[in-house]
Write a protein that binds this ligand. Sequence first.
Ligand SMILES: [Zn+2]
Length: 368
Amino acid sequence: MGPVLIGHEIYRMSSYGQRHPLRVPRVSTVMDLSRALGWLPDHAFRRSPRARPEALTHWHHPAYIAALQEAEATGPADHLRAFGLGTHANPVFPEVWRRPATSAGGVMLAAEMLREGGVVYVPAGGTHHGLPDRANGFCYLNDPVLAMLAMRRLGLRRIAYVDIDAHHCDGVDVAFRDDPDTLLISVHEERRWPFTGLLEDEGAGNVFNLPVPAGFNDSEMRAALHELILPRLEGFRPDAVVLQCGADAVEEDPLSRLSLSNNAHWSVVAALRPVAPRYLVLGGGGYNPWSVGRCWTGVWATLAGAEIPDRLPHEAESVLRALVWHDAPKRKPVQPHWFTTLRDTPREGAVRPEIRARLAVLAGRPGP
Ligand SMILES: [Zn+2]
C-alpha cells in the first residue's frame, strides 16, 4: 500500500471566527493543490470518519466530551468555561464538536491502517495542546495522543513522537512523559506559550526538548535533525514514528518568530521515513494560509514521491490566488512567490553557539 492522505471537506468552510488565527483555510488547500498537481489520485485518499464519543474517552474525560458536544448543540454557556470552551483561544464555533472529532477519527483510522506498516498523512491532525479535561491552545481534542494510544491497543509497544511545531507539545507531554516506551522529542521556540518543554525536562528519561531562539534557521534545524532527532530515534528503534509537522515555525507565520523555510520541514519528513516500518505524519500550527498550504502540500509531495516543480502550473497557482486572509498582519505582506511556487528559498545561516550548547547537553544524556 502506498502513502495515504486522510482529509475531509469539513475543514474547507469551518472557521474558529473572524478574529481567530484559525480563520484561514489549511487542509482544503493541501487537498486542492495536491489534486491540481495530479498528486492525489482517489486510491491515495481516504475520507476521515468522525470519531464516536466513546472512542475519545481512551484519554479524554467523558464529562468533557459531553461538554464539547453540548457546546456545538446549544452554543456558549457559562458552565462550559470550566472546560476551556468559549475563550478567545478556544471559541465555541459552529463545528466545535464535529471538526475536532473528524480529525480524531482520521488519526485513529490512520493507526489502524498502519498496523501492518506504511505511511499515512493526516494534515488536520497535530492538535498537540489538547488536555484530558479541557480545550487548550486552539486544540479541543489531542489527536496525537489518541493516535498513539490507538497504536498501543493494536499491539505496538515502542512509539516515537517528534514535534517540530513552533510551540511545545504540552498535551502530548502530559500523556506520555512518564512512559519509558514512548520517545518524545520537541523542537520549539523558547519562552513562548505554553512555556513548558524546558531543556532540563527528562520525563522518565524519554523526553528531549530543544527550545530554540528567535530566528531559528534551516542550518540549525539540520543540526537538530542530525545531532538530536535521528540519533535518538535510531537508538530507540521504534515500532512507529509520529511526526507533528506544524507549519508555524516557517518564517512567514504570524504567531512565532522562527525563520525556517519549508525545505526544513520537508527534510525532516524525508529523514524520518526510513526509521520505522510505520510512519504517521500530522499537521499542527500554521496561520498564514499561503505558507501553511505550500508547506503541507510539499510534505505530501515528499511522502508520495512527487517532483515539486519550480513554477506551479496554472491550475495550482489558481488555488493559491483564490486564498483569502482577512485582516492579514501588515508585517507579513503577501509575496508574489506565494502564488507561483511551493518551495521557499532556503534560509541557511550560522548554527548559533546557544543551539550547539543545548544539543551538546542533550547528546550527553543517557538514551532511552
Ligand atoms: Zn504551534
